[in-house]
Write a protein that binds this ligand. Sequence first.
Ligand SMILES: Cc1ncc(COP(=O)(O)O)c(C=O)c1O
Length: 374
Amino acid sequence: MKIPIINSKRQYETIATKAESAVLEVMRSGSYILGANNKEFENEMCNYLDCKYSVALNSGTDALHLALRALDIGEGDEVISTAFTFVATSESIGIVGAKPVFVDIDPDTFNIDPAKIEAAITPKTKAIIPVHLYGQPCDMDPIMDIAKRHNLFVIEDACQAIGAEYKGKKVGTIGDVGCFSFYPTKNLGTMGDGGLLSTNSQYIKDRVIALRNHGGAIRYHHDEIGVNSRLDEIQAAILRVKLPYIDKWNQARREHAKLYNELFANCDLIETPKELDSTYCVYHQYTVKIPNRDEVHKMLAEAGIGAMIYYPIPLHLQKVHDKYNFKEGMLPITEENTKLVLSLPMFAEITEEEQREVARALIECTEKSMATTV
Ligand SMILES: Cc1ncc(COP(=O)(O)O)c(C=O)c1O
């Protein structure tokens, strides 16, 4: 049985009629950019997240870098974040000319370790970007407390975590800004690129509305260098069809995570994901830690199981950051976990039979690989 890490077509079949008629409606309307669907989607996201403002954008990367621009963070500034994430997090810091300062992770959650943040603060530090990786909320209380005491902004990278909650609040609404991605494989994925910034600050909202449209809120009046980062109407219409299902899909992911946990319960070689108390994790990924990861990964691929390594190289060791001379060994927990993690097939529509086959194959491959290790 071939089992992909995600099956977008299967989800599409469940909303096809609605999505196709929404797209047709946009095509027939003649209004393709910043139209009614954008406005309505922004309103619906404010209601969903429970925040005052949201600005639809072309991607999660733009949400991150325009958040930094709106907060006037740039050349000479430092931004604290994690190296255990997708490159877009630190790339956004680089786009505005600031320097990423990486802090090690908590090995249980894979998220930034709040206890290590304060030691990384310098007079140049302007913001912290916690990343709710794999849909798992960061421990936000201590992060917000540090930010308050040191007068720093908090930009939540919630690109993988729409619908996740920390102490009853949706992630992306706890810090000054939340950033979301609607890349097709995300829990709420569109059929192209898309992103959104959430905030309770009117100032940030107004700045980002201008920045996304060539630096001017009024047509043909340009106050600063901006970008073209508008969400097109077709994507907004698709997202409006999908948004009402997100809680159901996230809940399904949680149930799938529970079943995986049960299936691996008797295998000591496989470490299953942990959840922090008072959080609602939305399992963008279901990520285990295993010995001989690379070999097991290869064996699973040969068996038709689409597991993935998110991410094989931590950001401080990526070529793009060579100029900072970050050294191997600098973030030992990040580096160690990079070698252990493997994300398994996870999507709302995965069947119990498929999960059982994934679990069977993973246990078999891991045990076999360990048996041949001398
Ligand atoms: C943690 C994280 N941050 C940022 C992004 C960037 O989002 P996008 O691909 O929409 O630009 C992604 C998406 O891949 C992500 O996973």
